[in-house]
Each structure stands twice: as structure tokens, then as C-alpha cells.
Design a protein around this ligand. Structure first.
Ligand code: DUC
Ligand code: ZN
Ligand code: ZN
Length: 477
């Protein structure tokens, strides 16, 4: 058999196994995995781990805010940074903008990637206005076109759904077989606490944490679980941050519910004291839900180890610090409630978690499952992405597990003027990265592959299928 390229002498790791083999690639796909393969073009993977390229299933690229803010990266800088960190698929969100239909918003958003993306991408939708027209017509058509997942918010005045609307969306997801992603924080608690903090003059960045403490996330998590349980529909809780919410999810999973959960690097590596630094610089770590006290990090690591979380994404929501469309959109000393929520992390996501493999906190198989295989399964990309298997796209990241690096923003490839992980030492970093058989990162350097990335139509995920009949009378959902 002839190959375009062979990856030679590496140690392959999937979510199930670790073994030594060569990989033959033709037409952008893996077509052979065997003892010894040869081709005119070879990549020497001796001493390297050959992992499926990561799927970062929760990123914000070119997402505008209603306050005039704009996330920093476009599809070029975002995908370049992602690739340099071992990721070969990203999943950003198309936000319905005022005056545009969901379809127009999705199409316009997808066009932003044209000629720019270095790696493949799929798109989630954000549903802020679940009208009969949207649920009855727009969304079913979009699902047929491969937009099979959507995010809903339980907080933020311009985005939040009430419980009745949540039920409408979850019932729709059940009928269509789509995946609902839920941002679970109690909006009324946040606005009440924020008003009290404001009245007391507590407006510095660190009070962002006090405005949305653990019980605020726990209550909404419990409510989201209950609504999904009522309808017997799977769903995924995004960016879970606190031990209180973890307890709710663990309980739901123990009851046999198909409740999936995602966490992110900021809940393993940042804490509320990162928001309490002098001046306005704490704004750099303002994200929602917020980082918790340091001890909470152990609870999140434990939940990764014990399988409460299926997905580890970056929630890359980058705002430049010194920028009038970034963290300083409301001025250089704005109160915390006017600071755009989010931290950058698209390039550092996988190295930060891999450090947990190096330190023995999670296994290599768990790492692959959390960063690649499970997101593929949950969002309808199985068979194509997230694994090393015959027939799958040749999206591969070749890691040097012994490479020690101190994270420095100056070395990263995103378009952001800081990283909240500055100075953190990690062991393990990707050296070469392939997207559909094309080398997009060589020796740690991004290659000129602008425009190589394609839009992925997601399948309806098996993971979104209900298990039982639900507790409602037949025909109601
Ligand atoms: N939710 C996100 O998913 N990202 C950034 C901020 C937020 O509230
Ligand atoms: Zn969110
Ligand atoms: Zn997000």
C-alpha cells in the first residue's frame, strides 16, 4: 500500500490503549496502523507519544458582547494557537445577533473562518430566544446542516432563559436528538449579591467571586439536572467550577442520568486570590463561573480522576487586558460587573492537563478521553475525529512527554496580551501536529496552512439519545 506520509516509531495512545506502531496516511486519513510502514515522506516519532489531536469543544472566537467588547482571536490566530497546543478541532459558538435570523447568524459566522482556519472546526449555536419559529423551523433545518449542539444560559440579562424556556429547549433537543449545553448559574442570586456588593462599595475585580459563590452554581446545576430528568433528555453542563456543583452532578450520574459535565483549566490552576492582586490586574482572571478558593482545585482534579467530567475544554474567552474592546471596555478601573468575563487558554489547555498525567493525577487514557475522544462522541464527530483508528482523519499530535516548559505569554500564538498561566511550569508539550495529514505545527512552530481548516457537519450524537421514557405521560414531549 502506498502512503502520502508515515508517522514512524512513535507510541500511540488512545482512550483505550497505549501501543507501539507506525501510522500510514493517505488522502488525509489514517489508512494503516502496523509494525513497520514506509513511504517517501516520514515523520520520525521515536521517543514521542502519538495522540489524537485534541478537540477543544468550547471556545469563543470573534464573539461580540452587547457592551462593545469583542473576544480577541479570529479564526487565524485562534486556530494557530490551538494547533500549537495540540488541538486539531475547535468548536466555537455562533451567537444570534440583533436583527438576524439564527440561520443568517450561523452562515455569517461560518464565513468568518474562510481562508483563515488552520484546523477544522464545528460550530455550536447559542439560543437566547427560543420562539416557536426558531424551535419549529430554523433550528431543525440547521441541525440537518450539521449544527447539532447548542448552548443555553441560565444567567446574563441578554441571554438567560427561564425554566419554562429551558423546558422548551430541552424538549426540542429530545425530539431532534441534539445536545444541549447549559451554563448553570442562578441569575437572581447574582444580581442580588452584585447589588449588595455595589452598595457596600465592593467593586474591585476580586468581588466578582463573591457575586457568584458555589451555592449559586449548585442551585442552577440542580435545577438544570431536574429539568433534564423530568424530560429524560441528556445534556452537558459547561465550565463546571465548584465542588458544590460537582456533588450535584455526581449524585445525578449515580442515579443513572445521562448528565455530562465539562471543566476547564481555570478551575485547576486559578483561584480567587488571582483576582485579588493589586490594582485592576485581577481583571485578567475574571471569568464565569469564577475560580474558587485554592482547595477547590483538588475537588476538580478528583472529579476528573473519578470520571465525573467527560470533557476538558478551554472555554477560551479571550479579552486583551489593555484594550478598549477587552477587559477595559468600561475603563481601566471599572467595577467587576462591567469587566468582560473570560480568560484565554486555547493553546495551554492540553499542556496544563498533560502535566496532570506527568504528575500521576490522571492516566494517559483519561487525558485522551477528556481532551479528544469524549468530545467527539458527545458532539457527533465520532469515527472522524478524536481517535487514532483506520478511517479516521489523520489529526495527530506528537507529544514529547519529557519536555519541560514554563508558560510565558511571549511564547504563545494567540492574539492576547497576557496569559493567566504565566510562570506555571509543565512537563509535556506537543512537538509536531497534523491536521488531515498536513503538518500544521513542526518542531513547535506553526506552519503556513491558513485556509486548510474546514467546517465540520456534526452528526446527531448517540450520546444525546434518551435512555428511558421520562416521567411525563406519552406524547407530551
Ligand atoms: N460563559 C462562557 O461560556 N464563557 C465565558 C463567560 C461565560 O459566562
Ligand atoms: Zn458560559
Ligand atoms: Zn464559554
Amino acid at each position: 500500500m502506498e502512503f502520502d506520509l508515515v508517522v514512524r516509531g512513535g507510541t500511540i495512545a488512545t482512550a483505550a490503549d497505549t501501543y507501539r506502531a507506525d501510522i500510514g496516511i493517505r488522502g488525509g486519513r489514517i489508512v494503516a496502523i502496523a509494525d513497520t510502514l514506509t513511504a517517501p515522506r516520514m515523520i520520525d516519532a521515536d521517543g514521542l507519544l502519538v495522540l489524537p489531536g485534541g478537540i477543544d469543544s468550547h471556545v469563543h472566537i470573534e464573539q461580540p458582547g452587547t457592551d462593545g467588547s469583542m473576544t480577541a482571536d479570529d479564526f487565524e490566530s485562534g486556530t494557530r494557537a490551538a494547533a500549537c497546543g495540540g488541538t486539531t478541532t475547535i468548536m466555537p459558538f455562533a451567537l444570534q445577533t440583533a436583527g438576524q435570523s439564527l440561520r443568517e447568524s450561523a452562515d455569517a459566522y461560518r464565513r468568518r473562518a474562510d481562508g483563515k482556519a488552520l484546523i477544522d472546526f464545528a460550530i455550536h449555536l447559542i439560543i437566547a430566544d427560543p420562539t416557536a419559529q426558531i424551535l419549529g423551523q430554523d433550528l431543525p433545518a440547521l441541525i440537518r446542516d450539521g449544527y447539532t449542539s447548542f448552548k443555553v444560559y441560565m444567567t446574563y440579562d441578554d441571554l438567560k432563559l427561564d425554566d419554562r424556556q429551558m423546558l422548551d429547549v430541552l424538549a426540542f433537543a429530545r425530539r431532534e436528538g441534539a445536545m444541549t449545553m447549559i451554563h448553570a448559574e442562578n441569575a437572581d442570586c447574582i444580581s442580588w449579591l452584585t447589588a449588595r456588593l455595589a452598595a457596600a462599595g465592593k467593586s474591585a475585580p476580586r468581588f466578582h467571586c463573591a457575586s457568584r459563590p458555589g451555592p449559586v452554581e449548585r442551585e442552577a446545576t440542580h435545577r438544570a439536572v431536574s429539568l433534564a430528568e423530568l424530560l429524560d433528555v441528556p445534556m452537558l453542563l459547561v465550565h463546571v467550577s465548584g465542588r458544590e456543583a460537582v456533588d450535584e452532578i455526581r449524585r445525578a450520574q449515580a442515579r443513572g442520568l445521562r448528565v455530562y459535565a465539562e471543566t476547564c483549566p481555570q478551575y485547576l490552576f486559578l483561584a480567587e486570590d488571582d483576582l485579588a492582586v493589586a490594582g485592576f490586574r485581577g481583571a485578567m482572571a475574571v471569568c464565569s463561573p469564577p475560580p474558587r478558593e485554592r482547595g477547590n482545585q483538588t475537588a476538580i482534579w478528583d472529579a476528573l480522576t473519578t470520571g465525573v467530567f467527560q470533557v476538558f475544554s478551554s472555554d477560551h474567552s479571550p479579552y486583551r487586558y489593555e484594550d478598549s474592546r477587552g477587559k477595559m471596555v468600561a475603563g481601566p478601573n471599572a467595577p467587576f460587573w462591567k469587566i468582560p468575563n473570560g480568560v484565554p487558554g486555547i493553546e495551554t489547555r492540553m499542556p496544563l492537563l498533560f502535566d496532570g498525567v506527568s504528575k500521576g493525577r490522571i492516566t494517559l487514557q483519561q487525558f485522551v478521553a477528556l481532551t479528544a475522544t469524549n468530545p467527539a462522541r458527545i458532539y457527533g464527530l465520532s469515527g472522524r475525529k478524536g481517535t487514532v483508528a483506520i478511517g479516521a482523519d489523520a489529526d495527530l499530535a506528537l507529544w514529547d512527554p519529557g519536555r519541560e516548559r514554563v508558560i510565558r505569554n511571549a511564547d504563545l500564538h494567540h492574539d492576547v496580551d497576557y496569559t493567566p498561566y504565566e510562570g506555571i511550569a509543565v512537563k509535556g508539550w506537543p512537538v509536531h501536529v497534523l491536521s488531515r495529514g498536513e503538518i500544521v505545527v513542526r518542531d513547535g512552530q506553526p506552519q503556513d496552512r491558513k485556509g486548510h481548516g474546514r467546517f465540520l457537519r456534526c452528526d446527531l450524537p448517540e450520546a444525546a439519545r434518551p435512555l428511558g421514557a421520562g416521567s411525563l405521560p406519552a406524547g407530551l414531549v
